[in-house]
Design a protein around this ligand. Sequence first.
Ligand code: ARG
Length: 474
Amino acid sequence: MVDDASKKDEAKLWGGRFSEKLNPTMETFNASLSFDKRLWDVDIRGSYAYVKALEKCNLVSSDESKSLLLGLSQIAGEWASNKFVIKNDEDIHSANERRLKEIIGNEIGGKLHVGRSRNDQVATDERLWLREQATVLKSLLLSFVKISCQRAKAEVDILMPGYTHLQRAQPIRWSHWMLSYAWYFHNDANKLEDVISRMNVCPLGSGALAGNPFHIDRDLLAKELGFSGCMPNSLFAVSDRDFIAEFLFWASLLSTHLSKWAEDLILYSSKEFGFVTIADGYSTGSSLMPQKKNADSLELIRGKTGRLIGNCVGFLVVLKGLPSAFNKDLQEDKEPLFDTYYSLVEILQIACGILETLKVNKESCLSALSPEMLATDVAYYLVRKNLPFREAHKIAGEVVALAEKEKCPVSELTVTQLKELSELFSEDISSIWNYEHSVEQYQAFGGTAKVNIELQVQQLEQWISDSQILTTQV
Ligand code: ARG
């Protein structure tokens, strides 16, 4: 056994029982500082709270507590001003502790970690970090919904084809299409709140796995850190990463909605549809074909969604099959977490920008409507004359077939021709051949009539203002 001090790695938090240095490749393989340094702020805040709890159970004196807090705030200052010097540190927890000892000395600095483990520490840091970032995501979602509402009000008179199976189905309001996505994002924002409220419990004070032997006041820790309570089992507390899995799934579902929205707009902005024009600021050209204007922004939203879903699935595979308590596999939670979060912020910023600046082409939307899209209205016309719907549907189908045979639009069939299919047709059929009339008949709550657009906008705007009040209260 080699026991040469020069070969030891004294600087490691766990160096005591080792007689050889870490293999250099293993050193890099093991380290997480390059990506977990973004937890510096929450890591220090967790330590502030821990110092207070240590003082309360007399593990540090009040002078020692002052010196620890002062040292920690100096470290925070160094990180904030980009002056923190990274050395051969394994992770953010080791880096902050190493620096603390440099500033206030080993004797007092070495007391901070009593009863604490990086296992309860990292779980706490990540919860604090995600809780804060969630407010950024929530406010971006609110902005998206706000823009949708503003446009929905201003552009309520624009009619367009609604599609099923990507075939022209029935006329709808453009605003109704826009608000359909606003509702997805409304629900996504509410689901995020649920994820955060489940996550907002404190693991700190659970030690490595068995708990804390010094009667540390865990309620004090939870309160100091703004958690709603303490996690009730130390093994569970140090290993539970459900909040990360839930967040990654939430993000995958949100980005799936954004991807569908992007896909609609990619189609609508093509020459074939021509319903919208994406602003130059969110488009790019071709290096070969001078006429091209591509909706790269929307394609990237659609494409990045694949990566976000991958992050979620990849992390579930990391969790699957782990034995109880902390395993180093859990360090693999951070890269997908950060990647998903920062990608989502960018995606949402770009999505808001696209929606805010795109031009809707009223005339192209209108001219994509064609009279056969009113076939359902013909059936409803007959229903209003007391014919059972199935019978009405059959006759309306025959009307479409007749128009095809006569090679004319359905709206140009004469009342005499129509009467051959049903005696119920009369001159008043002419009122049916009107797209505005068509959309306005959907008066029941949730339909595409103007009154319902106004109601949706009202509800969403109310939700936005209630949410803003809540966000500022946090
Ligand atoms: N860097 C580690 C992580 O990201 C911190 C916890 C380390 N714990 C341990 N027992 N090695 O999860």
